[in-house]
Design a binder for this molecule. Structure first.
Ligand code: NCD
Length: 315
């Protein structure tokens, strides 16, 4: 069981909960790889997903995770729902709440929207990404990938590169890796690094060579143009030249450094396509596999914390 009733962010998640999720996820990876029968655990429970922003892998991953555990899964298509007719987020949530689901997975373009929603419903709420704020299951799946590849989740040097300013993935990863005592370097153009971020205990540089020096993990981020309202970068070509990861830039990192990307990728903008596909360096596909296992663990642990059919919990 977890100490929290909802998974809203890494900020409010104690290290013991992080490790409990990763340990259970590890078991799901092994079962999955052996092709063992689905472990159950959520039979008779219902899971609703509400995505107010486009998503491919995160949504599919939650859906598959719920199904493997035997839950009933309902994907609300928020583009065709009554939101189009002007219903507010809260009214939609209250309507859903009356149907008594056990678990609700929400993605929303506004930072803080998922926290607000969690205060209005009885079920356990999981944040699948809210604006630039947090994306906790992405950080957890990244942590599992790193721990499996590096054999530990401490005392690692992790370079997080690119569009930090618009990235909830970066924020959740900084918080998680920071809680577990790692050295974090943020690398990107000054226009894409939020002012004052050093207070989170990270180092900042706009020089890829310096940022990647002796890194154990190189995490690339997508240039999130849909969240940009001005000229943050001169041109994609110049951006790739200075900040795009290719074999030459990666040579500054440790020889056994792994390359990560949460997807979706802009090949030739933040990362060279050949490097992204290089199975000796890139763990991008493994991240996707870990995503299902981590989400299974999160769903299971949150459901265990709820007594059947009740609000449960005190968070
Ligand atoms: C990320 C997201 O939506 O925040 N993608 C994901 O969940 N795999 C990162 C991104 O969109 O660039």
């Amino acid at each position: 069981m977890l100490s929290v009733r909802h998974l809203l962010g890494i900020e409010s998640l104690p290290p013991d909960d992080i490790l409990a999720i990763l340990d259970l996820a590890e078991r799901h990876v092994e079962l999955g790889r052996r092709g063992a029968p689905a472990p159950g655990g959520l039979e008779g429970r219902s899971l609703v997903t509400m995505f107010f922003e486009p998503s491919t892998r995160t949504r599919a991953s939650f859906e598959l995770a719920g199904q493997r555990l035997g839950a009933h899964v309902l994907n609300m298509s928020m583009t065709s729902s009554s939101l189009k007719k002007g219903e507010s987020l809260i009214d939609t949530a209250l309507t859903l709440n009356a149907m008594r689901p056990d678990l609700l997975v929400v993605r929303h373009p506004a930072s803080g929207a998922v926290n607000l929603l969690a205060q209005k419903v009885d079920c356990a709420v999981i944040n699948a990404g809210d604006g630039r704020h947090e994306h906790p299951t992405q950080a957890l799946l990244d942590a599992l990938t790193i721990r499996r590849r590096k054999g530990r989740l401490q005392r690692l040097t992790v370079a997080i590169c690119g569009d930090i300013a618009h990235s909830r993935v970066a924020r959740s990863n900084i918080l998680l890796l920071g809680k577990l005592d790692n050295r974090i370097r943020l690398v990107g153009p000054r226009t894409l690094i939020p002012a004052g971020i050093e207070t989170l205990g990270v180092e900042v540089t706009d020089d890829m060579a310096r940022g990647l020096e002796d890194a154990d993990v190189v995490m690339m981020l997508r240039l999130q143009r849909e969240r940009m309202d001005g000229g943050f970068i001169p041109s994609e070509r110049e951006y790739y030249h200075r900040f795009g990861l290719d074999a030459a830039k990666l040579a500054r990192a440790r020889p056994d450094a792994i390359v990560m990307h949460p997807g979706p990728m802009n090949r030739g903008v933040e990362i060279d396509g050949t490097l992204a596909d290089d199975i000796n360096r890139s763990v991008i596909q493994e991240q996707v596999e870990m995503g299902v296992a981590v989400r299974m663990a999160v769903l299971e642990l949150l459901a265990r914390g709820r007594s059947r059919g009740a609000g449960g919990g005190d968070d």
